[in-house]
Design a binder for this molecule. Sequence first.
Ligand code: HPA
Length: 287
Amino acid sequence: MESDVSPQTAAARLRQLSPLRPRLAILLGSGFHHVLSALRVDKKIHFTKIPGFPVPTINGHAGELVFGRLGATPVLVLSGRAHFYEGHSMEQVIFPIRTLAAFGIRDLLLTNAAGGINPDFRRGDFMVVTDHINLMGANPLRGPAVSGLNRFVDLTDTYDKGLRALLFRAGKKCHLRLHRGIYLAVSGPSYETPAEIRAFARLGADAVGMSTVPEALAARQYGLNVAAMSCITNPAAGMGKGPLSHAEVLKTAKKVEFLAVELLKNFTNSYGKTDEAWRRQTETTGR
Ligand code: HPA
């Protein structure tokens, strides 16, 4: 069901909730929810209480929006997301991102769980997304033109180099070697066949997952700076020993959740200390 609530209405609700006006938002996907435990919470609200927000139905996704501070940095956290595979329309999937843009968020970090395609990747590794391949079979920006928004969004630099540099710096601080790579998005909910994974490897994909791309596209349409990070929870189909299961994804995510917390804490600390000018400068020097 489509909502006729506007993102501006939802953003107004958020402004009433807390006096904090973070510039940074973090969307916590599978493997990253534990980050909430490190957050100094100012206010929390369930997605059901925000006009127009879709409600995630999947196990492990709470569906909460939290205002707080991670380290010293004010941040708006979305814990959980609505997936396309749950039956939500793309419009519903990206509604929270449109709300963040209307609220005044400038920088967005998207996180997810993904299957590893790159043979160098191990269970529990983290990958900074450098680019994506959209094989979801749908584009969230399809539909009537939205006044004031560019319809033909340029995706040359979807994932911001300055924010990426901050993620690598955060990894170094907690002695974690982060991979970099290309995230390929499928609609799911079934996992892939081994033949599909071999095909995706040939296309240049390093990891595969069922989210993130719609949100990244929506955010870029509003000119937000986007970064994305994957927790590699399993070898993709045909690359590991056994069959794939959601239980395996959650089990790996649980094992490395403390690392995810450290990583994001370091990220927000550097973010808080680093002004935009520095980040823009690293656009030419960042990895
Ligand atoms: N495939 C698609 N999505 C995923 C996977 C996978 O192997 N692991 C976690 N999310």
